[in-house]
Design a protein around this ligand. Sequence first.
Ligand SMILES: [Zn+2]
Length: 284
Amino acid sequence: MKQAIPIDYFEPFTELPAQFVEHSDRIYSFRLGMNRAMVLRTSDGLAVFDSFNKNFSKALSTELQKRFPELPVRWLIYSHNHLDHIRGGAYLSPETVVGHIEINHLIQDWEHPLNEVLPVTKPIEGDTSLKLGDQIVHFLYMPKSHSSTLYGFYIESENTVFAPDMMFVNTFPPFGLPDWYYPGYIRALDRLIGLNAKTYIPSHFNEGNKADLINYRNMMVDFREVVAREMAKLDYEPDQGAKLRAIFDVAYPELQKKYGHWHGFHAMFIPHFAGQVGGTYLGY
Ligand SMILES: [Zn+2]
């Protein structure tokens, strides 16, 4: 049973050295371990999109002071309320923390010294565009997708999208992407794809491009459709474990043929499979 808990999914990324990428002369990203923040350089300072955790923010702060000694972090922007994205912001000393209006309320449920979460000081809701220094950032609200507070970001002048938890490059998202609603999530991915941006930056794992985002979207749709098709064929009900095993026997090789070479296919197949069965049956 223990073998369903992978030890080769996060580990290869934990061992990598930190990486600072210049996507343009205004847009950068910083990856440490599996997490990647986007940084926007404006006339009035830096905007950092997601702080992740204490170690990440400390390392990013050191990197930014080295590269941009004149420019403070003026804005910290939270993509959504999930704690793995919003801890440790104090190490960046931002003047303003921007995020969905529900975030301050939601973090109250998770009082814990480990959280170390700076509260939102500029709450937003729905689609919003903010002028940060000389740059305009479009905040694209993705309702009923992944959490209730998720934003994608489009920097029009740089034709760049930051796609937090909405883009995984040839990689299965961890543990079946907990906290997601399938129809809204696919709508969110399609909205980002429809922007047809030059640069797409994911918040986890490797860099990629628009084709990688499309491949990821198609994998999530394929997985759901294969599972739903086989469930319908066998007229599956939850008290029928033998039927579920028969569904697995069809879904696994069919998806392996297309996605067996992706990172995390084997490590994360079982939680994805369970999530897709539950989502199909319950309607989420
Ligand atoms: Zn998340």
